[in-house]
Every structure is written in structure tokens, then in C-alpha cells.
Design a protein around this ligand. Structure first.
Ligand code: SF4
Length: 365
């Protein structure tokens, strides 16, 4: 690993930050609640996508007490479209934890913050330094990249064991008098100067000392082994409609989209399933459906998650009467009007279908 004076790096990054930082609302506050909110929303999310969600949550729930008092459905509905819904559920759980166990006051240091659900080492370091000025380094994808290039580190950043090396190095760079500004600076530098594909090396204040630049390794660093290919999944959704009501159910734990609402689902190992086979599956679950009742899907809906690639088809089934109580109990389905469905938290895939089918109007933002 190359050796560079830490004071030079922190000074250069902080000066660069003063000239180039973007004005973002969570940078104007030392309120740990707001900082935590922004950090949870921005995990695995670009700033441009996360910003409106941050503003929405900060407005709907100005304090941790307000968020704790909200229902899970409300929180998931406001989160809709941002993906990785476990973040929203953890966030809601943590708000309640802070209110109940900490009297509504966030722990004041890194170690205490780590005890909160959904708060890992990155988020704890961010809150501890931004809100409380603790001298602890943040380590996100941007920081990994900047450090790997500056110091010529070839450890695979996808391997958890590499974290120790990077964390120790990052910690050694954080100045005692400005840990918050330094952390903001190095992340912002990675986000807009030392970017993954087209870093602006020509106008970089660290060019002279940068190992990757001086050894022609900018494109090779950081080393990151490829993630496994996303698994394909094939969903067949049955949209039962009686008069102006539709049957949906809340998804359970143990799979994607926990707590969101979707239709009766049959998942198949293959994309193509003859309708007769699907109807048999429905009948086995007590749903009295005949093949002629099933309206065939018009198109496939595709949705890509981090580890899964979903292809979904929707089969509309008009029923002559309401679904029987035993069936509702067995399948956990419940009837909803279009207005009620609008207020439910739903996967984006389900919203797209509802809009295409004319059941909901496109008011989604
Ligand atoms: S010289 Fe290029 S690779 Fe090195 S820190 Fe600057 S922008 Fe990143």
C-alpha cells in the first residue's frame, strides 16, 4: 500500500469539498433523527432518487415520535418505489425502539448507535460524526473506491474481510477537529470527482499522490469480484374482481416485499404455464374457477431486484359473487375498492399493472 501523508489528504479533500459540495438538506442539520432518516433512505439509492423521499418523510414525520406513531402501511406506502423494503420496516421498527427504549433520544455515540436495528457500521459512523462530531470514519462504496485508487489497494472490496484494511486506513485519515466535514468530503469526492467510470483525474487535487493515476491503474481499481447473476422468478398473479372490488393480500415474512400488498400468486419454475394447469392450482386452493373465466395476460411485466429478476403475468378473473369466507380465510385475500388500493403499499410491479389495467390512475410520483 502506498504511503501518503494523511494530513495532506484530509486538507485537500476538505478544501475540495468547500468548493464543490452539493447543497443537500440533511447537510444543514445536526439532528440525529434527520441524519439517520437521510442515511437509511440513501442506502443503495442515488441522491437524486432519494432526495424527494427524504423530503416527503421529513415533512410527514418531523420527529422520531411522529414516525414511531405511524402505521406500517403508511410508512411502506410513503416508501413505495424506493425498493429494498426491509429498510423501511427496519426504519419504522427503529423509530419505535428509539421512542420506547431511549426516551426518543438517539444514542450519542458510534457504539450505542450500532445497537439500533438497520444501523450498521456505515450508518452509525455517519450519524456519530455528522451529529455528534465523533472521530470515526464512514466507509461506503465511494470511500472504498477513493481509498483503493489513492493508496493502490488491490484487496477485493466485495470480500467482507477487506473491510478491516479499508476501515483502519479511513480511520487513520479522519482529523480530530473535523470528522464530520472530512467524512462528507471523501464521500462527495467519490460521488462527483473520483467516479467509477470517468473520474476527473485531470483536475484532481490528489493527482500527484494518487497511486492509481501514477501507475495507470485507475480503471482497474477498486477490485470488485462480480456478484452472482440474478435468479429468474416467474409470477402468475390472479386478479379476482367482483363488481368494483379487487382481492389482494398482504405479503408475509420470508420473501421479498414483506408487508406490501399483491394479488393471489402462483409461482412457477418456468415462464410458460398452460392456463389449464394454473386453474388446477387455483382449484386445489379452494378457488372455484373455470378456465373460460380467466382473461389471459396482455403482456409480461419485468422487475429486477438485486438478486432476482421477476417476470410477472396478470390473469383477470371476474367472479359472479364475492369470494366465500372460508376461501378468504384460507388464502388471506381481502376485497378492496380502487380508492382503498390506492392507499395500500404495493410493489411497483403491481402499481404498473393497476395503472395499465385502468384500475388506478397514474398519480404515482
Ligand atoms: S487522480 Fe483520479 S483516480 Fe486518483 S483520486 Fe483523483 S480522480 Fe481519483
Amino acid at each position: 500500500m502506498a504511503s501518503i501523508d494523511p494530513n495532506f489528504i484530509s486538507f485537500a479533500l476538505i478544501r475540495w469539498y468547500g468548493q464543490h459540495k452539493r447543497a443537500l438538506p440533511w447537510r444543514d442539520t445536526r439532528d440525529p433523527y434527520r441524519i439517520w432518516l437521510s442515511e437509511i433512505i440513501l442506502q443503495q439509492t442515488r441522491v437524486a432518487q432519494g432526495l424527494p423521499y427524504y423530503l416527503r418523510f421529513a415533512e410527514a414525520y418531523p420527529t422520531v415520535q411522529d414516525l414511531a406513531a405511524a402505521s406500517e402501511d403508511e410508512v411502506l406506502r410513503l416508501w413505495q418505489g424506493l425498493g429494498y423494503y426491509s429498510r423501511a420496516r427496519n426504519m419504522h421498527y427503529t423509530a419505535r425502539q428509539v421512542v420506547q427504549d431511549y426516551n426518543g433520544i438517539f444514542p450519542h455515540n458510534y457504539a450505542g448507535l450500532l445497537r439500533l436495528r438497520g444501523v450498521g457500521s456505515y450508518t452509525a459512523a455517519a450519524i456519530a460524526s455528522f451529529a455528534f462530531g465523533e472521530q470515526v470514519a464512514v466507509l461506503d462504496g465511494n470511500v472504498f473506491r477513493v481509498l483503493a485508487r489513492l493508496f493502490g489497494i488491490t484487496d477485493d472490496i466485495a470480500v467482507p474481510a477487506s473491510r478491516k484494511t479499508f476501515q483502519a486506513l479511513a480511520d487513520s485519515l479522519v482529523p480530530a477537529d473535523a470528522p464530520d466535514t472530512f467524512n462528507q468530503a471523501i464521500m462527495e469526492f467519490g460521488a462527483i470527482q473520483c467516479t467509477p467510470l470517468m473520474p476527473d483525474c485531470m483536475f484532481c487535487p490528489l493527482q500527484q499522490v494518487c497511486f492509481a493515476f501514477n501507475h495507470g491503474m485507475v480503471q482497474e481499481l477498486p477490485v470488485k469480484s462480480k456478484a452472482k447473476a440474478a435468479q429468474p422468478r416467474f409470477f402468475h398473479y390472479f386478479v379476482f374482481r367482483h363488481q368494483h372490488q379487487y382481492y389482494l393480500r398482504k405479503r408475509l415474512a420470508g420473501d421479498i416485499w414483506q408487508g406490501l400488498y399483491d394479488f393471489y400468486l402462483f409461482e412457477s419454475p418456468e415462464k410458460h404455464m398452460p392456463v389449464g394447469e394454473l386453474v388446477k392450482e387455483l382449484q386445489q386452493s379452494g378457488l372455484q374457477v373455470e378456465e373460460q373465466q380467466v382473461q389471459l395476460p396482455r403482456k409480461d411485466y419485468k422487475h429486477v431486484l438485486s438478486h432476482q429478476k421477476i417476470t410477472a403475468r396478470f390473469y383477470l378473473i371476474e367472479t359472479k359473487s364475492r369470494l366465500r369466507e372460508e376461501v378468504l380465510k384460507e388464502t388471506r385475500l381481502a376485497a378492496f375498492s380502487a380508492a382503498e388500493i390506492e392507499a395500500l403499499p404495493k410493489p411497483v410491479l403491481i402499481s404498473s399493472y393497476l395503472i395499465d389495467a385502468g384500475i388506478l390512475v397514474n398519480l404515482e410520483s
